[in-house]
Design a protein around this ligand. Structure first.
Ligand code: NAP
Length: 312
């Protein structure tokens, strides 16, 4: 089968479309014929030697942690899936999952059936960002109806889904994004939006219960002043989390790091929200698998609205 593979860490020139064996099926797994896989910042960070690189073992490495496809075959002990089922998921994160490939051996307990309304290209980009948003808002952030939540990086993959999930949960949703994204985010349910290029956030908004920090670094640190006493920030970028946590400690504010986890039950709820029209995903662009390098370059520029997807 064809897969995108790197043989050394570095820039996008290392991404090669190569012939590799179809993965063999082990107990508890489903073999998936892949139709689409999402591109997330963790993919290019890892291929450049950062991100999840410490978890993936030896090179060569096939990147990718999320996919949408069709079940080709299941192991004998897998009873809740069968050949032909349309499925999607985020698997094995942060260990190697090898989703940038025509076939994937996926832990059956980590994946979810797709409703007919959820096509493969859309679903290919849904799992990682939506699980991150869900776990940041609800599992870590404990968001309640009526609370004020501020989403830093609201127009990105995680951010635009977090806006919608927070709104669905009955929160007052605030967000930061460049001005060109404000009407888009209003259409998803955001109330007040702040242009981070022209607004001093701490002058503009305060008394926030929960901040979802999808930007990190100085942006996360400066936004801490918007929290009310006892408020919480969940900070996503792992590379700056220690600095943001330390800044929170100095202000006696709770800053929680997060590592998104596979969760088939949460995915089923997310798929149901999509099916009911309560959640939509903005696909910025899709590329054929062999153009993964182009997708990595665009993602690394940091201004994608919504999601990038590779199709097979
Ligand atoms: N810990 C975890 O488990 C986990 C899981 C998922 C993601 N992450 C991390 O979380 C971060 C966000 O992920 P993502 O997939 O949402 O990224 P993304 O889709 O690449 O985010 C792009 C968005 O960031 C916005 N942005 C850039 N600079 C900004 C700023 N200073 N203020 C406000 N918005 C800004 C851009 O909006 P404009 O075009 O309007 O500037 C763009 O829409 C990444 O660092 C990722 O690695 C961590």
């Amino acid at each position: 089968m064809k897969a995108i593979q790197i043989r050394e860490f570095g820039d996008t020139n290392n991404l090669r479309l190569e012939d590799v064996p179809i993965p063999s099926l082990h107990a508890g797994e489903a073999l998936i014929r892949n139709q689409a896989c999402g591109v997330n910042p963790i993919d290019w960070k890892t291929c450049s030697g950062g991100g999840a690189a410490p978890f993936i073992g030896n090179l060569p490495f096939i990147p990718g942690w999320e996919f949408a496809g069709v079940v080709e075959q299941v192991a004998e002990d897998v009873t809740h899936l069968k050949a032909g089922d349309p499925v999607f998921g985020m698997i094995r994160f942060p260990d190697r999952a090898e989703c940038y490939a025509e076939y994937i051996a996926a832990p059956a307990a980590e994946i979810c059936k797709r409703p007919p309304s959820l096509d493969s290209v859309t679903a290919g980009g849904l799992a990682t960002a939506s699980l991150t948003a869900w776990q940041a808002l609800f599992d870590k952030g404990g968001l309640q109806a009526g609370q004020r939540v501020l989403i830093l990086g609201a127009a990105g993959g995680v951010g635009h889904l977090a806006v919608q999930l927070a709104k669905w949960a009955g929160a007052d949703v605030y967000g930061t994004a460049s001005g060109r994204n404000h009407s888009f985010l209003r259409s998803l349910g955001a109330g007040k939006l702040f242009d981070y290029q022209s607004t001093n956030l701490t002058d503009a908004v305060n008394n926030i219960d929960l901040i979802i920090d999808a930007v990190g670094g100085e942006t996360g640190i400066e936004a801490l002043a918007c929290l009310k006493p006892g408020g919480t920030m969940v900070t996503l970028p792992s590379v700056t989390k220690d600095a943001v946590i330390a800044a929170g400690e100095a202000l006696n504010l709770s800053v929680l790091p997060i590592r998104a986890e596979a969760n088939a039950q949460q995915l089923a709820e997310i798929a149901n929200l999509y099916d009911q029209g309560d959640l939509r995903i903005c696909l910025a662009k899709s590329y054929p698998l062999d153009q993964a390098a182009e997708a990595f370059r665009l993602s690394a520029e940091g201004h994608v609205r919504g999601k990038l997807v590779l199709t097979l």
